[in-house]
Ligand binder design. Structure first.
Ligand code: ATP
Ligand code: MG
Ligand code: MG
Length: 550
């Protein structure tokens, strides 16, 4: 696509082709930490990494960055694999775990000690912070900085053997305590953690830090372009230092701006809080910005990929309007989703002059944007339902829907006129309307009579009951991350459940996950989790109104 061919990472790849930097290879990786479900921000990274590999005849690995044992779970690994595949990407036989490299990472640490580039430090975490200095003040060297190689080897070995409690000692890279970059002031590269790991069990009680494990994992896998988000820009000198110190193959780290979307949050930590504290029904709640949430909401992989392509790749952080994501699924479904009639808040209408017991099977186009989809039959009879909103007893000017004495067209059917309103004697609530139809006005019969409003409807005797869930933004502020407590702006009305809806009978056997346009309402999907045979549940994917202006 146009934005990829012009993005700055593709430009770097083109230059590397020109200079033959990697022998014409392009090899990227997507490296999630399995500590939560993937979200739409990850989708951007997935599309970028797998997309650049595909467009340049290269390869992309899936690598689980599982160096932190206390937070990782098998459930997350499985969900990540499902989500990457669902988005349409394939790592073939290139699925790796950073934990596969624990032995090698250890050997490399020993090598750094032997070459005088790493040392065991006994300072407490707090002391280490104090010694590190600040942006305006240089750090002070640790009193353990000049330990001999022999002592360091012995202590590191004993750290590995479990002789010391957590926090007692760490292994640090020996770089530069006066560096203007705080990440270069002798960063910790190994720490003691007496925790079981989801893959290596209790084999290890020392674990490598991300900044140390990541460049080495990239190097082992022969990655060429190691693409990460902007907050790692300051870590790039350490990435480069590690590989240079070890004198091993050196990929290029490249940073891009992470995706932020309005009216939602994107950090896994915050998303986990929403799940664990019951604000949503789970990681796959249709209001969540997770891939599994978007899937259940009704988004398609194609729409998400189009969105990721449209937003492009930038070098500066920004906020993307969630309306742009909604636009992508509308665009995708417009020519594909069958149109159907669904009444969400039913009001009964009796057509007094229509013969009792008569049923007509009317012809209705399935999708006016795509005539090849053909037509369907919709039953019409004397008693129908329309939307409560489509009738007003006392209408304002320009109300072109139904009102006493006024005419409307019933979509695919006839023109009707409202003649009488029946109300509950006690409450005054409207119970039903009585109308007359004009038999000469059947749609498709060549009738030329025009009225201003057209309503959708369902036949009372034929309609199928359904539950419909209407969703709104999860937060009522554009940027919840700006609030002191992001949960203070949770939208408490983000889910409206309507349980008395009626849909046209053709939907009775609609498969789980099938998508439709409910005329005048929006796009809906049969909820893949809660719908059961004979019990339809629909999620509103998105309304019809597009607030995104290209
Ligand atoms: P979080 O803060 O949500 O936990 P993370 O960056 O720690 O995110 P990882 O599992 O480490 O999550 O991310 C895997 C990859 O996805 C990384 O390369 C990361 O840069 C990228 N990524 C994560 N969030 C975004 C985002 N919002 N936009 C683009 N890429 C992202
Ligand atoms: Mg991370
Ligand atoms: Mg994280």
């Amino acid at each position: 696509g146009s934005s990829t061919s012009s993005n700055f990472i593709q430009n770097i790849i083109n230059e590397d082709f020109d200079t033959n930097k990697y022998g014409g290879r392009v090899h990227t990786r997507f490296p999630p930490e399995p500590n939560g479900y993937l979200h739409i921000g990850h989708a951007k990274s997935i599309c970028l990494n797998f997309g650049l590999a595909a467009k340049n005849g290269g390869l992309c690995n899936l690598r689980f960055d599982d160096t932190n044992p206390s937070k990782e779970e098998v459930e997350y690994v499985d969900s990540i694999k499902t989500d990457v595949k669902w988005l349409g990407f394939d790592w073939d036989d290139r699925m790796y775990y950073a934990s596969d490299y624990f032995d090698q990472l250890y050997e490399y640490a020993v090598q750094l000690i032997k070459t005088g580039q790493a040392y065991v430090c006994d300072l407490s975490a707090e002391e280490t912070r104090d010694y590190r200095g600040t942006l305006t003040e240089p750090g002070k060297p640790s009193p353990y900085r000049d330990r001999s190689v022999e002592e360091n080897l012995d202590l590191f070995e004993r750290m590995k053997a479990g002789e010391f409690p957590e926090g007692a000692r760490v292994l640090r890279a020996k770089i530069d305590m006066a560096s203007p970059n705080l990440n270069m002031r002798d960063p910790v590269i190994y720490r003691i953690m007496k925790a079981s790991h989801h893959r290596t069990g209790d084999k290890w009680c020392i674990y490598p830090m991300y900044d140390y494990a990541h460049p080495i994992s990239d190097s082992i896998e022969g990655i060429t372009h190691s693409i990460c988000t902007l907050e790692f820009e300051d870590h790039r000198p350490l990435y480069d230092w590690t590989l240079d110190a070890l004198k091993i193959y050196h990929p290029q780290q490249i940073e891009f701006a992470r995706l932020n979307l309005t009216y939602t949050v994107m950090s896994k930590r915050k998303l986990r809080q929403l799940v664990e504290e019951g604000y949503v029904s789970g990681w796959d709640d249709p209001r969540m910005p997770t891939i599994s949430g978007l899937r259940r909401r009704g988004y398609t992989p194609e729409a998400i990929r189009d969105f990721c392509e449209d937003i492009g790749v930038a070098k500066a952080n920004s906020m993307v309007d969630i309306a742009m994501l909604e636009h992508s699924i509308r665009e995708y479904l417009n020519s594909r989703a069958p149109r159907v009639m669904a009444v969400l808040r039913p009001l009964k209408v009796v057509i007094d002059n229509y013969p009792a017991g008569q049923v007509e099977e009317l012809d209705a186009e399935i999708n006016p944007e795509n005539p090849a989809m053909g037509t369907r039959k919709v039953p019409f009879s004397r008693e129908i339902y329309i939307e409560q909103d489509d009738f007003l007893e006392d209408p304002p000017k320009k109300f072109f829907r139904l009102s006493p004495g006024n005419e409307v067209r019933l979509k695919h059917a006839y023109i009707i006129k409202c003649e009488r309103v029946v109300k509950d004697e006690k409450t005054g609530a409207i119970i039903e309307l009585h109308c007359a139809y004009d038999p000469e006005t059947r749609s498709g019969s060549g009738s030329t009579r025009k009225v201003k409003g057209t309503l959708h409807w369902v036949s009372a005797a034929h309609a199928v009951p359904a539950e419909v869930r209407l969703y709104d933004h999860l937060f009522n502020r554009e940027n919840p991350d700006e609030e002191k407590d992001f949960k203070s702006c949770i939208n408490t009305n983000s889910l409206e459940t309507l349980t008395a809806c009626l849909v046209e009978p053709g939907l009775a056997g609609a498969p789980l996950g099938s998508r439709f346009q409910f005329l005048r309402h929006g796009y809906f999907i049969v909820d893949p989790v809660d719908a059961k045979p004979g019990a339809l549940v629909f999620n509103r994917i998105v309304s019809l109104k597009d607030s995104w202006a290209k």
